[in-house]
Design a protein around this ligand. Structure first.
Ligand SMILES: [Cu+2]
Length: 269
């Protein structure tokens, strides 16, 4: 029984579709850099698998082949310079092989120059505020009403009946496809963290500090995330929802959401 379920788990973790359902692996995402990050992650994963197979292979073979019952005699040397040089040099080479592509990607991740759109993201206990720097658009993005109602104690509402329970907001962040979106992330009170797995972005929002990041989504869709820094009692109730739309739809959205015409959030402070 146990063996059966272990094999089942193993089989599941190696089949792509199942791992997506189970969330065992990170998503590939919808930006060039999220795909790059995913590929790095997989490359390093397979390096680790190979190292594990070699190291444990040698260890298990040695234990088995040189066991006492076969009359093995322990060696009595205390140092082997050759072995020490080898087991230092090989990891150094492996780390260098890994470090080069990783550094390339990290440099790209930090390159926030020449954005098409800049958005100031300010975290509040417990909602997000978005301000488009070049447009007259600014709004709060809070947990959507159906989730808010269902999460109340003894609400009587089945959370499983709520679409995207705790992962939906009243006003989504809207950005166009194929645009370089720069985020300037800060906080109004405590440390929060803006996280959208499909963009491979998780950036802390720290009071008094502006953190920068950027993404260029390549696919239209709705991408969800959460605050990932324990920020108080409603930490679990401040999701992030980003809607990526076609450039024309974005222009239309901007036209209808300029501050003058946009509905104001009643409890905005
Ligand atoms: Cu938070």
């Amino acid at each position: 029984m146990l063996r059966k379920s272990l094999w089942g788990l193993l089989a599941l973790s190696f089949s792509g579709a199942a791992s997506a359902d189970w969330g065992l692996n990170m998503p590939k995402g919808v930006t060039e850099l999220s795909v790059e990050t995913y590929n790095l992650h997989m490359m390093i994963f397979w390096w680790c698998v190979a190292i594990g197979v070699v190291v444990f292979g040698v260890m298990i073979y040695s234990l088995f082949a040189h066991r006492k019952s076969k009359g093995a005699k322990p060696a009595d040397f205390s140092h082997s310079t050759v072995a020490e040089v080898i087991w230092t040099a090989i990891p150094v080479v492996i780390l260098m092989v890994i470090a080069i592509p990783v550094a390339e990607t990290m440099v790209k991740l930090e390159d926030t120059r020449n954005p098409d759109i800049s958005i100031v993201v300010t975290a509040y206990q417990w909602r997000w505020h978005y301000k488009y720097q070049d447009e007259d658009i600014a709004f709060y993005s809070s947990l959507a009403k159906p989730s808010l109602d269902a999460r109340r104690k003894q609400s009587g509402i089945d959370p499983f009946a709520v679409d995207n329970y705790l992962l939906e907001v009243d006003r989504r962040l809207v950005v166009p496809r194929d645009a370089k979106v720069r985020l300037l992330i800060t906080s109004n009170d405590v440390v929060h963290s803006w996280w959208v797995p499909d963009f491979a972005i998780k950036k802390d929002a720290v009071p008094g500090i502006v953190n920068e990041t950027w993404f260029t989504p390549t696919e239209v869709g709705v991408y969800r995330g959460q605050c990932t820094e324990l920020c108080g009692k409603d930490h679990g109730y401040m999701p992030v929802v980003v809607e990526v739309v076609e450039p024309e739809a974005y222009t239309a959205w901007v036209d209808t959401h300029r501050e003058a015409d946009a509905p104001q959030v009643a409890d905005a402070q």
